[in-house]
Design a protein around this ligand. Structure first.
Ligand SMILES: Cc1cc2nc3c(=O)[nH]c(=O)nc-3n(C[C@H](O)[C@H](O)[C@H](O)COP(=O)(O)OP(=O)(O)OC[C@H]3O[C@@H](n4cnc5c(N)ncnc54)[C@H](O)[C@@H]3O)c2cc1C
Length: 492
């Protein structure tokens, strides 16, 4: 692979394929296209190289480069009506590797139902679970932890993993008393929280060990696993924003193979040509933004901003959906999961082991499927999941921190995995340098709220088990719950 920091350094202005956005998808697509030696490929990435940012490489430092950092787009939402009009921070990475360079590294495949639903929705059987599994294995390179104190024994099912791929994956863990307590609780609550040996077996329901895109103490990403191993026919242009895609054909047909670039709003622009295709992989927010800026989208929205319309497509920027996560905290007598960060940094720098070589959060994750007669579905609401092998919520153990007085605080997140609400991405202005309006319309569907609420109750049932209850002293949040029982009023 060849890296360029300025368009002026490029060896040519014409490539076979131009990949816009060197993120998770863009890095993989460019690298796979590059396997055809005759193709010349250009990836254009707005952010810098991931290799220059220390916190990208060190797994537990991910949060340092989220919202507020120079390698995040620092997007915000408009006030969200259903969250008391709060303006929410919306982290998205602006760096080579995209969000795979800053995400939480949890490696989890969908349920088999998810893939099968994509196959039936698109009419493409290649997306079905049985058909896609060989390709999942083709990406994966299982790598055992380099730190002997992080045993992976019994934490995953070896028969459904591969060590022949490229993306490093591991099942790391660190010692904390909650690990054993949760495992014991799975025996006690075997209906709602059965032990799940491997969250990637196509039926992620239960509680078990997480897996992470980490190898030998380093984060792995589309940049480290794919782009970095590509041939010299793959070119990566950094720090450069694509502002528009235009038609190469001046007679009026839509042959969108010309890409317009700019590094700053004031600076000059430049045109590049793709002989075969332009691939837009700028992520779920900026791919629709670029289409809209290029005159491809709902005619009224484009005209209102004075953008020339080339393709009237009312779907561009619509049906935006994201899973909402609600934090919840409990007082506990368990020891904190925090660690001496200075010592951990020195250890990581010396041999890439220790707590910084793992994700920050606690090592286990729960996935819960609610019965069809549970409260969210009592009023006849249709189950939003893709099928019976799919969970409704993820129960995530963030960590145990210092609390008030002698107690500590267990932080958990409840994630609604199949939100029914649908929002949108629209342009605020016609300038590519302004963020679009990112409206996830969170909790617009009453079903989403009901599922989160049942997720809270489920977490409470887990913590009320005989095994865990003696260590859980009460609910810390939401503050309005003095009784320790969550009600519908607490959800906002
Ligand atoms: C904080 C956070 C934590 C997450 N944790 C996990 C996790 O633990 N496990 C998991 O599986 N997933 C996680 N995800 C989600 C996952 O990382 C994303 O779904 C995935 O990276 C999306 O890939 P993408 O290629 O669509 O977009 P991205 O990876 O976002 O890539 C888009 C790229 O395009 C670039 N770009 C955008 N506009 C332009 C432009 N006009 N010109 C040039 N370049 C442009 C961006 O800078 C970016 O590099 C997390 C996401 C976030 C934000």
């Amino acid at each position: 692979v060849q890296y360029f920091h300025h368009p002026a350094g490029l060896p040519t202005l014409e490539f076979d394929f131009i990949v816009v956005g060197g993120g998770n998808a863009g890095g993989v697509v460019a690298s796979r296209l590059g396997e055809v030696e005759d193709y010349k490929i250009l990836v254009i990435e707005a952010g810098p190289s991931d290799q220059d940012v220390f916190s990208v490489q060190v797994p537990a430092l991910a949060a340092d480069i989220w919202f507020g950092s120079s390698v995040d787009w620092n997007f915000t939402t408009p006030p969200q009506t259903n969250t008391n009009d709060r303006v929410l921070e919306y982290p998205r990475a602006k760096i080579l590797g995209g969000c795979s360079s800053h995400n939480d590294m949890i490696y989890n495949r969908g349920s088999r139902d998810d893939y099968n639903r994509w196959a039936s929705t698109t009419g493409d059987d290649n997306l079905a679970w049985d058909q896609i599994r060989p390709f999942i294995l083709k990406t994966e390179k299982w790598s055992s932890p380099n730190d002997p104190s992080f045993s992976e024994q019994g934490h995953f099912n070896t028969s459904i993993h591969s060590s022949a791929g490229v993306l490093g994956v591991t099942a790391p863990y660190y010692n904390h008393p909650l690990n054993d307590l949760l495992l014991k609780a799975t025996a006690e609550l075997s209906d709602e929280y059965p032990f799940l040996q491997d969250l990637n077996d196509g039926r992620p329901i239960g509680l078990g060990w997480g897996q992470a895109t980490i190898t030998h103490g380093f984060r792995t990403s589309s940049s480290t696993a794919y782009l970095a191993n590509s041939g010299d026919n793959v070119h990566v242009l950094l720090n450069t924003l694509v502002t528009r895609v235009t038609s190469i054909d001046e007679t009026g047909s839509n042959d969108f193979r010309e890409v317009i670039l700019a590094s700053t709003p004031e600076g000059s622009t430049m045109k590049l040509i793709a002989k075969k295709e332009v691939i837009l992989s700028a992520g779920v927010i900026q791919t629709p933004q670029l289409l809209l800026l290029s005159g491809i989208g709902p005619v009224d929205e484009l005209k209102a901003l004075g953008i020339e319309v080339f393709v009237d497509n009312p779907s561009v920027g619509k049906n935006f959906s994201d899973h909402i996560t609600i934090p919840i905290k409990f007082s506990t007598d368990l020891p904190t999961s925090s660690f001496d960060e200075t010592a951990a940094l020195a250890q990581w720098k010396s041999n890439h082991t220790g707590r910084l070589a793992l994700s920050q959060h606690l090592p286990q994750i729960g996935w819960v499927r609610f019965p069809q007669d549970s409260p969210p579905f009592k009023n006849g609401a249709v189950d939003p999941t893709a099928g019976p092998d799919s969970p409704h919520v993820e129960v995530f153990f963030v960590g145990v921190s210092e609390g008030s007085e002698e107690n500590s605080t267990l932080s958990m997140n409840i994630v609604n995995l199949t939100p029914a609400c649908r929002g949108s991405i629209t342009l605020a202005t016609s300038s590519p340098f302004n963020q679009p309006i990112i409206d996830p319309a969170l909790l617009d569907s009453p079903l989403d709220t009901a599922i989160l609420l049942e997720g809270f109750r489920s977490a409470q049932r887990l913590l009320a088990s005989n095994t865990l209850s003696e260590h859980i002293l009460g609910l810390d949040t939401p503050a309005s719950s003095s009784s320790g029982t969550i009600t519908d009023d607490d959800v906002i």
